[in-house]
Design a protein around this ligand. Structure first.
Ligand code: NDP
Length: 303
């Protein structure tokens, strides 16, 4: 015994899984195009000039084109009014060539995000954030599911197969990640506990879980001694540490302390390269599925 931490966990390679999913989506596009006479289309709306949002919009557009789909990018100035944003979304709702609409968030502070999102037609809501999509998910009826938690579910199912009866703890209750993640796990017959900033004895709660999904936004908060031996750990967090001397910028880390968790868990997603790449892949998946449903076709198989 040297006292050194031994890494036992398998790395869940989200980057490779996402690449495979994107390739399968690209393979399915020509069949849709042959049946309907056009490619599935994704419209992305960017309001203002936030540099990080502009980068996200750019990569979504590139991934859409790489999958053989039509990409429509709409930019409005930071000064756009609520009525202007909603008018654009209403136009896109009526556009036959558009199967999916993504409103890049956050919006400039003077705009009402929830009202704007709610303007998107639920059948085109590829981000799964409208009240109707959230309601469909809660009711267990087909609808659009938020991309990041759906990506986490795919990684878990790939690793474990049937999730029935597993004890799952979701840390974080955001509309974007935590809440839909819990609904998806419940739908997959897990016994789900949702934790948040007011949860008592969080380490003890996490220690009981076969599946841990961390979506907190706090660098390396979840330690290895919180993890049940053999658990599967999905780390959604993306946190940039302060730059160390000599570094241009700090490292990206998750919400899980990777080294100590990997010594106990059966498998862990790394950051970067775990959940992150799944988000865009699932956006493309949602666009493909939305296109099929809008065209009255059966859902494409295997997605
Ligand atoms: P939010 O800030 O919206 O939600 C964070 C949640 O964590 C809240 O529910 C909050 O609880 C809870 N929380 C905060 N502190 C604690 C604590 N000490 N103990 C327990 N719970 C706590 O974040 P998001 O859900 O939007 O994102 C979470 C992380 O995931 C971020 O790092 C974000 O960057 C990342 N992310 C990654 C994506 C990807 O593609 N990989 C996509 C989306 C997000 P309360 O509700 O009580 O305040």
């Amino acid at each position: 015994m040297t006292g050194e931490v031994t890494t036992t966990a398998q790395v869940i390679d989200g980057k490779a899984f996402a690449a495979g999913l994107r390739a399968r989506i690209a393979d399915a596009v020509p069949t849709f195009e042959a049946a309907i006479g056009r490619a599935p289309g994704l419209a992305v709306v960017l309001v203002g000039d936030d540099p990080a949002s502009a980068v996200y919009v750019g990569s979504k557009g590139k991934a859409t084109v790489a999958a053989g789909m039509a990409s429509f990018e709409h930019r409005l100035p930071a000064s756009a009014s609520q009525a202007e944003v909603e008018a654009l979304l209403v136009t896109l709702n009526a556009d036959e060539a558009v199967d999916g609409i993504l409103l890049q968030l956050p919006l400039p502070g003077h705009l009402d995000e929830q009202a704007a999102v709610a303007t998107i037609h639920p059948d085109k809501d590829v981000d799964g954030l409208t009240p109707v999509s959230a309601g469909r998910l809660a009711l267990g009826i087909p609808g659009m599911v938020p991309c990041t938690p759906y990506g986490c579910l795919l990684l878990l199912q790939d690793r474990l197969g049937d999730l029935s009866g597993k004890d799952a703890v979701v840390i974080g209750r955001s509309i974007l990640v935590g809440k839909p993640m819990a609904q998806l796990l419940l739908g997959a017959n897990c016994t789900v506990t949702m934790a948040h900033s007011r949860t008592k004895d969080l380490p003890d709660l996490v220690r009981r879980a076969d599946i841990v999904v961390a979506a907190v936004g706090r660098a390396e908060m979840i330690k290895g001694d919180w993890i049940k031996p053999g658990a599967i750990v999905i780390d959604v967090g993306i946190n940039r540490l302060a730059a160390a001397p000599g570094e241009a910028k700090g490292r990206l880390v998750g919400d899980v302390d990777y080294a100590s968790a990997a010594a106990v868990a059966a498998a862990v997603t790394p950051v970067p390269g775990g959940v992150g790449p799944m988000t865009i892949a699932c956006l493309l998946r949602n666009t493909l599925v939305a296109a099929h449903r809008r065209a009255g076709l059966a859902d494409p198989k295997g997605f």
